[in-house]
Design a protein around this ligand. Structure first.
Ligand code: URA
Length: 201
């Protein structure tokens, strides 16, 4: 973890942070068949940092987060909410877990220094946490996403250089693809996010 902190601290931009991640070998997932590191895409100067679970097959192939079906859905929702071009997208871990299983707490913890550095460098007005894995990793809670979604929390990393941000847990777009009934709540969350960003200028 100290290696991650040192590498992360040396990066002064999100782009450099992505390069630092690619050099990092301390995440157990690096030895489990992932093709490459997948860090972030989007606007480093945007107002919102979006955190998903983990890269999937398409992301692993292309080296960018949220470029598969879930990503299409996410992009569409951001656009509809007027947030196109306002987001930077990343995940709790930067390598595809074998068979797309959820990342373990240890895998997430090994990557956390990079996520916290991303927060410190970007200083977003708000953070959107997609799914239970992201909400748990970032907020350190055991509450289910069913309870957490739609409720603003404050993300205060222990070593984030003092940068904090309001964070809104919501459903993961892959879940929405399987569970269309949940879309209404996720859309309400997206609008709450847009309203908050608008209200804050
Ligand atoms: N699902 C995620 O959580 N992250 C991605 O990057 C793609 C799909």
């Amino acid at each position: 973890a100290s290696d991650a902190r040192r590498l992360a601290a040396g990066a002064e931009t999100l782009e450099a942070l992505g390069q630092a991640v690619a050099q990092f070998e301390g995440c157990p997932l690096t030895g489990m068949g992932a093709r490459q590191a997948v860090f972030g895409r989007g606007n480093p100067q945007g107002a919102v940092l979006v955190i998903g679970e983990a890269p999937g097959a398409e992301e692993d192939e292309r080296g960018e987060p949220f470029v598969g079906q879930a990503g299409l859905m996410l992009d569409r929702m951001l656009k509809e909410a007027g947030l196109e071009g306002q987001a930077y997208l990343t995940n709790t871990v930067f390598w595809r877990p074998p068979g797309n299983r959820p990342p373990t707490a240890a895998e997430q913890a090994s990557c956390a220094p990079f996520l916290e550095r991303a927060l410190a460098l970007m200083k977003p007005k708000a953070v959107l946490l997609l799914g239970g894995a992201a909400a748990k990793a970032v907020l350190g809670t055991d509450e289910s996403i069913m309870r957490l979604r739609g409720h603003w929390k404050e993300w205060r990393p222990a070593e984030g250089g003092g940068v904090t941000a309001p964070a809104l847990p919501s459903f993961h777009p892959a879940f929405l693809l399987r569970t269309p009934m949940a879309k209404k709540a996720a859309w309400a969350d997206m609008l709450a996010l847009a309203t908050r960003l608008g209200a804050d200028g």
